[in-house]
Write a protein that binds this ligand. Structure first.
Ligand code: SAH
Length: 453
């Protein structure tokens, strides 16, 4: 076969990033926009030795789990890889992915993995508390905002993403009309000219507080007073600011924040803990599911009240503070200094005195504290980025011999790899549970409990 040839294929599986997988004579095809159970006509795009990529041409026989995507730009945008799949099927897909990884990479027979039912969302729409919209122009020279099309920087005009809050639309319209009226140019990446790059919008789901931060290629915004006046009319508006980003870069936010109105932050609550969120703070994007995830982590940690607990990769201390409600002493470790400042502020805000934070790499702070200060741990919680835990970090964890380990993972492949090492070094996998934080997308969060043998 060669480029643009058409063929029929049955989709039997899905890749990590949500492309359908099918076979013809043992050769593997990846076909985007298909769903397990579909029989489709596909067109060859690119062929490698053992596998190839094809595009969906026509659905011959739709899968029973196929649904009409709710979003009109689902295919172009590419942010939601699983929108054409019913939500129940999405959850089964994610559960299967976790089980496969723990089995294949973790070395545990698939039927012996102590899986508990995945925690799905009650409403898998409008769950994101944060969105970043790029500004640009369309062919007619009109100012537009929306999302970058998959793997490109072409803006797809779309102001009402169904994963985001309803207020986004109103806020973007205010900004867009304001720019038009005051002749403020959107940023042009190619020419490195123009002022308005992105709008960051955040909402505290528990408090209703809204934040708008306009990222600009400059140090001031003409007629800023008019814009703040108009944005303040949106119910819940709490903080309006500018972020200065004059670099030629893909990084969205600039590090300098100029407050235009309000305290410069919003607050939110997860369970009984209050968090202060600044424009640059990391904060979980799905607070409803985050609560379930943290509650499960707390349950797995099985704290009685006197324990010493380490929370590695702690971010702004969200999990640390959750654990501190039940533990004797909690130590958090995080690489980003600003996040630790937020974590300390959050501890004060919640009057929690049994937490202490360290800035640095988990794989450096933990060995150092263990060797120099002979610190101990009854329970260690880790929540690393996608690449998983560093070898040195795992090695130290094993030396410290905590009774229990709670591993929160946003990539079950690296989780599988780390679980294998921990199993070979005296820990047993006791409980596993998926938590869907990112409905409609291929990503899945999961939490496991390991115990010393
Ligand atoms: N537990 C937090 C954040 C998890 S995200 C929460 O639930 O909100 C992972 C965090 O690990 C990020 O904040 C990132 O900055 C941090 N990080 C990345 N590499 C690290 C390392 N080597 N050591 C410590 N922290 C690291």
């Amino acid at each position: 076969m060669k480029k643009n040839d058409l063929f029929t294929v049955a989709i039997e599986d899905m890749s990590e990033d949500g492309a359908g997988i099918g076979r013809t004579d043992g050769y593997i095809w990846f076909v985007k926009d298909t769903v397990i159970g579909d029989v489709v006509e596909a067109g060859v795009m690119k062929m490698k030795k053992n596998y190839g990529f094809a595009r969906l041409v026509r659905i011959i026989d739709p899968s029973p789990s196929r649904v009409e995507p709710e979003c009109p730009v689902a295919r172009q945008c590419g942010g939601c890889q699983l929108q054409a799949m019913s939500y129940e099927e999405q959850l089964r897909f994610k559960e299967r992915k976790i089980r496969n990884h723990l089995s294949r990479l973790g070395g545990i027979p698939a039927d012996q993995i102590p899986m508990e039912p995945i925690m799905g969302m009650e409403n898998p729409w409008r769950y994101r508390n944060k969105a970043q919209f790029p500004f640009g122009k369309n062919k007619n020279g009109e100012i537009i905002t929306g999302f970058y099309a998959g793997r490109t920087h072409a803006i797809i005009e779309h102001e009402d993403c169904l994963l985001g809050v309803e207020e986004n639309k109103e806020i973007l319209e205010i900004i867009r009309n304001f720019m038009k009226e005051y002749k403020i140019e959107p940023y042009d990446e190619g020419a490195h000219r123009g002022l308005v790059r992105h709008a960051l919008i955040r909402k505290g789901f528990a408090t209703g507080e809204l934040m708008v931060c306009l990222v600009i290629n400059g140090r001031s915004l003409p007629a800023a007073g008019v814009l703040t006046e108009r944005l303040r009319a949106v119910p819940g508006m709490t903080s309006i600011s500018l972020s200065v980003n004059q670099e030629k870069t893909n990084v969205i936010m600039g590090q300098e924040i100029i407050s235009l109105w309000g305290p410069g932050y919003i607050t939110d609550r997860i369970g009984d803990v209050t968090y202060r969120i600044s424009p640059l703070s990391f904060y979980q994007v799905n607070p409803v599911q985050t609560k379930k995830l943290y509650e499960t982590a707390l349950e797995y940690a099985d704290l009685k009240g006197g324990e010493t607990v380490w929370d590695l990769y702690c971010g702004i201390g969200t999990i640390s503070l959750f654990l501190a409600q039940k533990a004797g002493q909690v130590y958090g470790v995080e690489i980003v200094p600003q996040a630790i400042r937020d974590a300390e502020e959050n501890a004060r805000l919640n009057h929690m005195e049994n937490v202490e934070f360290f800035v640095g790499k988990a794989e450096e702070v933990l060995p150092e504290q263990y060797e120099k200060n002979h610190i101990s741990a009854d329970v260690i919680v880790v929540d690393p980025p996608r690449k998983g835990c560093d070898a040195k970090c795992l090695e130290t964890i094993v030396k410290m011999q905590p009774e229990r380990l709670v591993y929160i993972s946003c990539d079950s492949a690296t989780l599988g790899r780390d679980v294998k090492y921990l199993r070979e070094n005296g820990y047993e996998l006791k409980r596993v549970r998926g938590c869907d934080m990112f409905g409609q997308t291929g990503h899945c969060e999961c939490v496991v409990k390991m115990e010393k043998n």
